[in-house]
Design a protein around this ligand. Structure first.
Ligand code: NAD
Length: 302
């Protein structure tokens, strides 16, 4: 692929970020990368990125700074903290946070950055590690239309479904709706597998049959095999989904929207974390059903 004009400071090279940064490199963009874990930087340097010593060092000479961090506090630290992007902005004066964080925090940071002549887009993603690997993410962006237009070529290297959904925080609002559906859907898949198991039907066949009808879902398709095999490896960690469900509940309370099904599945995620499964993938929610039905299975990664 021909070299693209443009440079990126990429901050946060975890499960998602490393694949997204790799796709930016493969598309021909120059990438200068930072993570608090040095080996994560080294892995990307091996693919052609430059190593940075901190967030500002990653982004100073870049057209765009992209963050892919766990939660709101980490994004606030990288944006507003000492040596952060507000104090020492990217040359292109564009910051794009692709993590899933609080929409209210996004609005606060967007106003603060705007005051310093820097655009902030919230552009969370859906599609999981496989979507990140295949540059097939769904990207939902909030912020100014002009900033979205400037970010679009970079988005195109990481995703296939790219939408501008409104002003600052709107991307996170759409993402929280997405997460609510994902959580409740994982729960529905767990319940179907728990009932099928009790009937003694073959769970692989059950999944195949359901995928051919109106019960088909991304969760059944992508997480079902790991649920059935007892493979808990993340993927998308229980802890991160619990963070997302907390954000959903906070917004629902602030806006006075009852979300009873979300409240129920959130309690099950809390149960999973209490049993030490925070670092496991979301498919480990099926372990909650193991416990409720007294059907213990050996812990494991497949
Ligand atoms: P992750 O924990 O694997 O990666 C986060 C990375 O950020 C880690 O490498 C960590 O070392 C780094 N980091 C933490 N604090 C930092 C700091 N101050 N400066 C620099 N680097 C720092 O998480 P992930 O699974 O890649 O998810 C990232 C975000 O994307 C989260 O908000 C998550 O909710 C969201 N998300 C994840 C998935 C998924 O399937 N994993 C899917 C969609 C969205």
């Amino acid at each position: 692929m021909g070299r693209k004009q443009g440079s990126v400071g990429f901050i946060g090279l975890g499960t998602m970020g490393r694949e997204m940064a790799r796709n930016l490199l493969e598309a021909g963009f120059a990438v200068r990368a930072f993570d608090v874990v040095p080996t994560a930087i080294e892995a990307l340097v091996a693919l052609g990125a430059e190593a940075a010593s901190g967030p500002a060092d990653a982004a100073r000479d870049a057209d765009i700074a992209i963050t892919m961090l766990p939660d709101t506090p980490q994004v606030e630290e990288v944006v507003r903290g000492a040596g952060g992007l507000l104090a020492d902005p990217p040359r292109g004066r564009l910051v794009v946070d692709m993590s899933t964080i609080s929409p209210v925090a996004v609005q606060r940071m967007a106003a603060e950055l705007k005051g310093a002549g820097i655009d902030l887009l919230d552009a969370p993603v859906s599609g999981g590690p496989v979507g990140a690997k295949n540059a097939a993410l769904s990207i939902m962006a909030g912020g100014d239309a002009d900033a979205f237009a400037r970010a679009r070529p970079f988005f195109a290297a990481m995703g296939t479904t790219i939408n501008h959904v409104g002003g600052p925080g709107a991307g996170q609002a759409v993402k929280l709706c997405n997460q609510l559906i994902c959580g409740i859907n994982i729960q529905a898949v767990c319940e179907a597998l728990a009932l099928g198991r009790a009937f003694g039907v073959d769970l692989d066949q059950l999944r195949q049959v359901l995928l051919g009808g109106s019960a088909a879902s991304w969760m059944l398709d992508k997480l079902g095999p790991a649920m059935i095999a007892g493979d808990d490896a993340a993927g998308f960690r229980i802890d991160l989904m619990l963070k997302d469900l907390r954000l959903v509940q906070e917004q629902a309370l602030a806006l006075s929207v009852p979300l009873p099904a979300t409240a129920l599945v959130t309690s099950q995620y809390v149960e999973a974390r209490a049993h030490g499964e925070g670092a496991n993938g979301n498919q480990a929610l099926f372990r909650v059903y193991d416990r409720m039905a007294n059907q213990p299975r050996p812990p494991g990664n497949g």
